[in-house]
Design a protein around this ligand. Structure first.
Ligand code: ADP
Ligand code: ASP
Ligand code: MG
Length: 468
């Protein structure tokens, strides 16, 4: 199916009856000229609502659970009523009700147990996407476009890391050939759920928050698609988050590597793992605005003509810096580092940046705040003897920090750039706490005081002349 176009619609592009109608039209326009498969997110804020419901269930707040269930039903029934002609509503409403019952059963199980088993959470969260896929498919059908809602649990095979699963590509290919290809052959437009999958023995999983982009790229790779279009609520990948930097500009094109660096360093516009499945077949991606589809968007491709200097600036606020320092020179810093990294790997904590000092044999690293507790727990356990006997100073944690990443293929071999960036930050009296640059020179990562983060992003954006 090598002319296939995979289109992914994010939460805001699915956020209301009106938005689903607009998104369906974008899919239908392309479907008229080429095979199309659609991947959808849950309606905006629905995944948050589902998660909140499960948390409240775990805490035993029955009334709040009921209130949330009511919101969930209201939002989808309203969308259904506004979207579909009267004759199609009863069947669709029944489908919606059945899915909400599924969710409600899991939430009530959690309420009774007082705990949230990760696998049940994943099963429950996928209901958000299953609801939006149902709405989109029903609407397409009402427009005489044959369509079928597909639960990605039938398509995307994953490992069993609930909440943050990784795809098993070969098995996904086989499943996609069985489930999606026959629909495409019959000219039926598949509307697959983003975000979820299942293990080889059928246990439901999810791919991590924001994971529908990743689902779409997995599907595109598994189906050998020609292109992937990711529809969102901004005009493409921008030189900075437009919510932080009002004069941020849309980029015409970025490389896979740049897009991945931006995403890994906090640019929410793409899920960090989106590009990985596409690398082998070099499937091009477009990031486009479903609210302004006439705009060209950003092309994400393996290579682009390099423009000198940085391309974009991104930031992460919810991070913490952890420092480990030997108290005694008898201790090998390299060994401590090796054991610490091993502990962090086993804790499944992602290191966002790391720097070390050879003189003091100390090192520090940056992690997400959500992973901080797990990180310190594993470190303290693995290095318990060293801490107990005073060979290591107590772990130092600084949560009042933020990360800035300056990204661009054209930064390679640009002398003086780092100096200019640091000066621009310092001019605002913002303290630079740590600096890291990979040997690829694609990214300079800078840890600053949290309170100066936004200002530092704007200062660097200005200094690098990235604004419109
Ligand atoms: P979707 O629901 O479509 O997946 P997201 O909310 O996950 O959309 O991502 C889009 C948002 O990403 C934008 O509204 C924007 O605020 C934010 N964003 C952060 N950094 C960037 C960037 N560099 N370029 C574009 N958008 C960005
Ligand atoms: N609905 C999921 C989330 O909010 C996945 C996504 O939207 O990409 O995280
Ligand atoms: Mg997203």
């Amino acid at each position: 199916m090598n002319d296939l176009l995979v289109m992914k619609f994010g939460g805001t592009s699915m956020g209301s009856a009106e938005r689903i109608r607009a998104s369906a039209k974008l899919a239908a326009d392309q479907h008229a000229v080429r095979p199309v498969a659609v991947v959808v997110s849950a309606m905006s804020k629905i995944t948050d609502l589902l998660l909140d419901t499960l948390r409240k269930a775990e805490a035993g707040d029955q009334t709040d659970v009921e209130v949330n269930l009511h919101h969930l039903a209201a939002r989808h029934t309203e969308a259904c009523r506004l979207l579909l002609p009267a004759g199609r509503q009863p069947a669709a409403l029944q489908g919606i009700d059945a899915l909400i019952q599924e969710f409600s059963r899991i939430a009530k199980g959690i309420l009774m147990l007082g705990e949230r088993p990760p696998r049940s959470v994943d099963e429950a969260l996928a209901v958000g996407e299953r609801l939006s896929a149902l709405l989109m498919a029903e609407y397409l059908e009402s427009q005489d476009i044959p369509a079928a809602a597909v639960n990605a649990a039938e398509v995307i095979a994953t490992d069993a890391l609930f909440g943050n699963a990784s795809p098993l590509m070969e098995q996904t290919r086989q499943r996609a050939a069985k489930v999606i290809s026959p629909l495409l052959e019959k000219n039926v437009l598949p509307v697959m759920t983003g975000f979820n999958g299942s293990t080889l023995d059928g246990r439901p999983t999810t791919l991590g928050r924001g994971g529908s982009d990743f689902s779409a790229s997995i599907a595109a790779a598994a189906l050998d698609a020609k292109e992937l279009w990711i529809w969102t609520d901004v005009d493409g990948i921008m030189t900075a988050d437009p919510r932080l930097v009002p004069n941020a500009k849309v980029l015409d094109a970025v490389t896979y590597a740049e897009a991945a660096e931006l995403a890994y360093n906090g640019a929410k516009v793409l899920h960090p793992r989106t590009l990985a499945p596409l690398a082998e077949q070099q499937i091009p991606v477009w990031s486009k605005n479903s609210f302004a589809p006439e705009k060209p968007g950003t092309r994400i491709v393996p290579r682009v003509e390099v423009v000198q200097g940085p391309h974009a600036v991104t930031s992460m606020a919810d991070v913490a810096l952890v420092a480990i320092e030997p108290a005694n020179s008898a201790l090998s810093g390299t060994k401590v580092m090796a054991r610490s990294l091993d502990a962090l790997a086993r804790a499944n904590v992602e290191l966002l940046a790391i720097t070390s000092s050879s003189y003091q044999q100390s090192f520090c690293f940056l992690v997400r705040q959500a992973e901080l507790e797990r990180a310190t727990e594993f470190l303290e356990e693995d290095l318990a003897l060293e801490f107990a006997h005073g060979y290591l100073k107590p772990l130092q944690v600084d949560s009042q920090v933020g990360l800035i990443a300056v990204v661009g293929e054209g930064m390679r071999g640009t002398p003086g750039l780092a100096g200019r960036i640091f000066t621009a930050i310092s001019r605002h009296k913002i303290n630079i706490i740590a600096i890291a640059q990979g040997s690829s020179e694609l990214t300079i990562a800078i840890v600053v005081n949290r309170s100066g983060l936004e200002q530092a992003v704007r200062a660097v954006h200005d200094e690098c002349g990235l604004g419109g």
